[in-house]
Structures are given as structure tokens and as C-alpha cells.
Design a protein around this ligand. Structure first.
Ligand code: AMP
Ligand code: GLY
Length: 424
């Protein structure tokens, strides 16, 4: 069969790598892809928001299955556009992708269906938000309602910071219209866990757990980023946590979406916080996590194409989802200065060292071919170096060893990815 993946980051590289292993797939395309994805798929120069061009391409090439990776096209109705064109596609429709696209929607859904999450209020006007904050407990969390590349969340330690935050989101509109409405949320403490799942509208199958590192610098300092590294599984995701989430969070979310007439098919990513009172939902995403995917998919045993098809067909209950009994760690190699200002266009060397190294992977997040055909840096996050191991410590040592195999100008990474492993 012919498969098309929409997207061009590290997540899509990991998805493409996994899809390419399926014996069912004869031809794989990726739009727009990147220089790493080009090793496993033919890259097509169409942007992720160019739905007309994407569907025209899929029809021309008689694509049998399309997988949409990123949040923006999903929230804007990419899946609806493919379906309207009579094409088979994996991902939530627009009316279900709102689970990630609007934090106010997801908070209201959790409240209505009794899914454990932080207490919150929603505001459409800065005046009302400011007057609420005058008497609220600190610290407090402000969230832009809409999509903001994972950066529209402000943790405010005192009233002054909270007032400044309202200004940033609602008046200065640092995240554009995403900040027209904000959610003001109770501050919670605890360990964070990312749990990805496949959903077919009714049935949900949980993948293995992972943990991200969102801050730019060691010791969880610096600005929030898209993610600087991950490990899987999370040793803090115990059987007890799993049982709680299965009873109060996972199936309830799927059922709630169905009850709202927003049947969810695709990936639900549960961002959980393990608080002293039990697991709470921090956020939902309607897609694979980045860089969670880079540690979860290398551990997955199933043919992922079978799982995608089962989600579309509503037969996920017949899939026995299985993961290796090992561990994986991903260290992101970024451009120094990310997530703010950074330079691009530096030549990347050493990539060939991954070719014959079993259990080592380099997933490209921001790379491209220059005019000479050399691979150069092309983004804030450049590469995700993933390694597996029999346990987390071995996987971490392997991943850090492999970060030394590649070099490029302004290479930057955190040195403490997986530090929490030592505290487990
Ligand atoms: P989100 O995009 O909603 O996952 O938020 C980004 C990050 O902000 C999370 O990964 C948490 O580290 C932090 N965060 C979000 N909501 C809260 C909260 N209610 N309490 C404490 N930290 C939070
Ligand atoms: N790694 C967090 C995310 O994909 O949103």
C-alpha cells in the first residue's frame, strides 16, 4: 500500500521510520518531511496547512492511508478535508481535535464528566481575569486557550507576575488569538508523565509511558520548549497509577467525547501530573507527543499500520498492543539559543554512525539539504538522539554516548535528561 505522512519534525520521522517497517507498505511519502525523513520516505514539498494540495497529491498518487502528525492541521480540519475528498486518513476530525485546540473546552469537558484535573476559571476579558486574580491563591497558572506551540502556559508565583501574565496573553497577544480567552488554573505539584494512546472512537489502548523535559536548561531552568528529551517507561507510572487512570481518566475521556457528539479517532496524549491526591490531567493533546514518540515507537512491537487501520475501522478492541520490556532515552540536540533566537544552516556531520548501530536512532527535527546536497541545521530542535537499553540507566548512557557521534555549529543539549531515573 501507499502511505502519506503529513508533517516534518522529529515526531514524524519516528512515525515514518515505524511505518516504513510494515511489510504492507510499498511506498511512503512525507509532506513536507526533512533531510532525515528522506532516508525512509519520499519527501513532497507541500506544507502541512495546504489541504487542497495535500488531498490533490493523495488522489493523484492513489494514497491508501494518510497520517496527520502535527496539532495545527488537525485543529484546522485536515482530517475532514481528506475525508471529504474520499481519502482514508488517520487522526481526529476538527470537532474532536478541539480536545487539544481549546483548553477551555477540555477543562469544561473534564468538569462535566468528573475527570480529575486542576480547579480553574475561564475568562474572555482581561478585567475579569485581573479582578479574579486579586483574591486567588498563588502560585497560579495562566493558559492561553488556543494552540501556542506548547508555550502559552505561564506559571505565576505572585500577583504581580499574574497581572503581567494577563497582559502578555490577553493584551499584548504574544500568542495571537490563542490568548483571546484564558484559563486560570490551580497550581499543582508532582511528577509529570506523558501517556499516549490509540483511540478508535470507542476503544482506547494505552501505549507505554514516557516523561518529557520541557525546560530549555539543566535542572529544569530556562524557558519552556517543545521538549528537550524524553525517557520511557516512566518508573513513576506504577500499576496503582495505571489502575487509577484506567478507572477515572482514559475511557471516561473517550466516552465523554462520544457523548458530546465528537467521536475521537486518533491519538490522545494524556499529560498527567501525579499529585499527592492522585493523578490529575494537566492537558490533552490530540496527536503523538514530540519527543515522546521518539522513545515510545522504538519500543513498540506491533505493525503500526495495523493499529492505524484498526482505529479508522473501529476494530481496535482486536489489537493486542505490545511493547518491548526494555527502555529508551531521547536527548534533543538543539541550536544554541532555542527557544528564542538561534542560527540555522550549519552542516551536520557524523549521521552515518547511526546506520549500523542497533538500538541507536537519530530522528531529525529541523534539518534540510543545502544547495550542495549536504545536510544542515534548519530549526531550533535539530535532532533527537534515541537509544534503547535493557533498563533506563543503560538507555541513558547509550543515548548520551551517541550524542557525541554527531556535530554541528551551535549544538546545544541538556545534560540531565533522565535524571529522575536515579530518584525512582
Ligand atoms: P501544558 O501545555 O498545559 O501541559 O503546560 C505546560 C507545562 O506547564 C506542563 O508540562 C507543566 O509543567 C506546567 N503546568 C501546566 N499546568 C499546570 C498546573 N496546573 N500546575 C502546575 N504546573 C502546570
Ligand atoms: N512533548 C510535549 C508535546 O508534544 O506536547
Amino acid at each position: 500500500m501507499k502511505v502519506l505522512i503529513v508533517g516534518g519534525g522529529g515526531r514524524e520521522h519516528a512515525i515514518a521510520w515505524k511505518v516504513a517497517q510494515s511489510p504492507k507498505v510499498d511506498k511512503l511519502y512525507c509532506a513536507p518531511g526533512n533531510a532525515g525523513i528522506a532516508e525512509v520516505a519520499e519527501c513532497v514539498n507541500i506544507g502541512v496547512m495546504e489541504f487542497d494540495k495535500l488531498t490533490a497529491f493523495a488522489k493523484e498518487q492513489a494514497i491508501d492511508l494518510t497520517i496527520v502528525g502535527p496539532d495545527d492541521p488537525l485543529a484546522a480540519g485536515a482530517v475532514d478535508a481528506f475525508e471529504a475528498a474520499g481519502l482514508r486518513v488517520f487522526g481526529p476530525r476538527k470537532n474532536a481535535a478541539i480536545l487539544e485546540g481549546s483548553k477551555a473546552f477540555s477543562k469544561d469537558l473534564m468538569k462535566k464528566y468528573g475527570i480529575p484535573t486542576a480547579a480553574y476559571e475561564t475568562f474572555d476579558s482581561p478585567e475579569a481575569a485581573l479582578s479574579y486574580l486579586e483574591t486567588a491563591d498563588m502560585p497560579i497558572v495562566l493558559k492561553a486557550d488556543g494552540l501556542a506551540l506548547g508555550k502559552g502556559v505561564l506559571i505565576c508565583n505572585n500577583l504581580e507576575e499574574a497581572k503581567e501574565g494577563v497582559k502578555t496573553l490577553m493584551l499584548d497577544k504574544q500568542f495571537g488569538s490563542a490568548g483571546n480567552r484564558i484559563v486560570v488554573e490551580e497550581f499543582m505539584t508532582g511528577r509529570e508523565v506523558s501517556v499516549l494512546s490509540f483511540v478508535d472512537g470507542r476503544t482506547i489502548k494505552i501505549m507505554t509511558s514516557a516523561q518529557d523535559h520541557k525546560r530549555a536548561k539543566d535542572g529544569d531552568q530556562g524557558l519552556n520548549t517543545g521538549g528537550m528529551g524524553t525517557f520511557s517507561p516512566s518508573p513513576f507510572y506504577t500499576e496503582e497509577v495505571d489502575a487509577f487512570c484506567k478507572e477515572y481518566i482514559y475511557q471516561k475521556t473517550v466516552d465523554a467525547m462520544a457523548a458530546e457528539g465528537r467521536e475521537f479517532k486518533g491519538i490522545i496524549f494524556f499529560g498527567l501530573m501525579l499529585t499527592a491526591k492522585g493523578p490529575r490531567v494537566l492537558e490533552y493533546n490530540a496527536r503523538f507527543g514530540d519527543p515522546e514518540t521518539q522513545v515510545v515507537l522504538p519500543r513498540m512491537k506491533n505493525d503500526i499500520v495495523d493499529v492505524f487501520e484498526a482505529c479508522i475501522d473501529g476494530t481496535l478492541d482486536q489489537i493486542d498492543l505490545q511493547f518491548e520490556d526494555n527502555a529508551a532515552v531521547c536527548v534533543v540536540l538543539a541550536s544554541d539559543g532555542y527557544p528564542e533566537h538561534y542560527e540555522k544552516g550549519f552542516k551536520i556531520s557524523g549521521l552515518e554512525k547511526f546506520q549500523d548501530a542497533d538500538g541507536y536512532y537519530v530522528f531529525h527535527a529541523g534539518s534540510k539539504f543545502d544547495a550542495d546536497g549536504d545536510i544542515v541545521t534548519n530549526g531550533g530542535r535539530v535532532l533527537g538522539v534515541t537509544a534503547t537499553g535493557s533498563d533506563l540507566k543503560e538507555a541513558r548512557a547509550n543515548a548520551y554516548k551517541a550524542t557525541g557521534w554527531v556535530e554541528f555549529g551551535n549544538k546545544y543539549m541538556r545534560h540531565d535528561i533522565g535524571k529522575a531515573i536515579d530518584e525512582a
